[in-house]
Design a protein around this ligand. Structure first.
Ligand code: DP6
Length: 359
């Protein structure tokens, strides 16, 4: 694994002050990342749809100062200083400083906001950390104007991964693979790559409605969940299965077989949660309404011969996935039936997006 390629190897320009703003999306995994080794190396490859509407907007103001041993920054979230978010960002800067030594020569003021409601149970680490990574890369581009767009995106994904694994899949779109896989050309454990093959028209502008079943803080964080895979009795089989599923979904995405897509995506979601159920200590992140919604989706699919399906993150919320040509009917089904199982009847309509945007 060649990570030395990410250490700047030429003298950099001098810049006193700079400010960059990026909008970066959340993503939803179809084949799930669950289990990792240090430093944030996935135990299996994963693939996700990049989202369009669920995003973070982050501005970082950089002003030159004496170089110090640790990164110096202030952090504001939705206009308010956020002490509780600082340790995660501080450890992110520590991890990336070998690759971005220039950050030690700047005071950074970070201002961040999410498009989705705060504490909606939607993971903000993917969009949040990819936004910071893009701002750092904009500074690097200013300091080293020779940096190509490809090299910039690759390093941004590499940096984002060091903050949160799934954040490596939030730089580009519409489909990103993270993790070395023999059937995905260019794939790597250290950064995400755009799915390199032509995708069937069935998956164009695919829809994702996020049903907010439980907006509370999760009882078990993803980091703890990943770590429980170390002593897990089914871990090795799971990692093998996930890599096999990635090979299968690559074909499905190219050929457009909807029934196979539904089967694989739902099985991945349930297997992720089965890993939680069979960890020790065991835990359950689904809520009764998560299961109610799943059964309703199955009934609807059968009755209407629909291609609706679901996936789950590490939480109780349900992502309802469906092709664009069923949008009208399924949105109606969501509003009239599924919304009843959501907290305060809240849900978010999203669809597949193209990745990070400079504002
Ligand atoms: C269930 O990326 O949040 O969403 O690397 O510890 O920050 P860390 O974990 P995180 O894990 C996400 C797990 C998942 C599946 C996925 O997105 O692939």
């Amino acid at each position: 694994m060649n990570t030395a390629q990410f250490i700047p190897d030429r003298p950099l320009e001098t810049i006193e002050k700079a400010s960059f703003t990026w909008q970066t999306p959340s993503n939803i995994a179809l084949v799930k990342y669950w289990g990792k080794s240090d430093p944030q190396i996935p135990k299996n490859a994963s693939i996700s749809f990049t989202l369009k509407n669920c995003h973070t907007i982050t501005t970082i103001d950089f002003s030159k100062k004496e170089t110090t041993a640790e990164a110096v920054f202030e952090l504001f979230f939705e206009g308010k200083e956020k002490e509780e978010f600082k340790p995660k960002i501080a450890s992110f800067f520590k991890r990336v400083q070998a690759y971005c030594p220039y950050i030690l020569g700047y005071k950074m003021t970070i201002n961040s906001e999410n498009s989705f409601p705060h504490s909606s149970g939607i993971a903000s680490s993917a969009s949040g950390l990819s936004a910071i990574a893009m701002c750092l890369m904009s500074l690097e581009k200013a300091l080293n104007p020779n940096l190509s767009k490809d090299a910039l995106n690759k390093k941004a994904s590499f940096l984002a991964r060091l903050g949160s694994g799934s954040a490596s899949r939030s730089i580009e779109g519409p489909l990103v693979v993270w993790g070395n896989h023999p059937e995905i050309a260019g794939s790597s454990d250290v950064f995400g790559v755009q799915f390199p093959y032509k995708v069937h028209a069935n998956f164009e502008n695919y829809q994702d409605a996020i049903l907010l079943v439980d907006k509370g803080e999760k009882q078990v964080s993803s980091t703890v969940g990943h770590n429980l895979m170390h002593e897990h009795p089914y871990a090795e089989n799971r990692f093998t299965q996930a890599n096999e599923n990635l090979g299968k979904i690559s074909k499905i995405l190219q050929e457009g077989n909807m029934k196979d897509f539904i089967n694989l995506v739902e099985s991945e979601a349930l297997t992720l949660h089965a890993m939680m159920l069979t960890s020790n200590p065991y835990f359950i992140l689904m809520k009764p309404n998560t299961l109610e919604i799943i059964h309703k989706i199955w009934e609807y699919r059968l009755a209407k011969n629909s291609n609706i399906c679901f996936t789950l993150d590490a939480g109780a919320n349900v992502h309802v996935l469906y092709p664009e040509n069923e949008k009208e009917a399924i949105n109606q089904f969501i509003e009239s039936e599924l919304a009843n199982y959501c907290q305060k009847k809240q849900y978010i309509y999203d669809s597949v997006g193209l990745g990070a945007k400079k504002l």
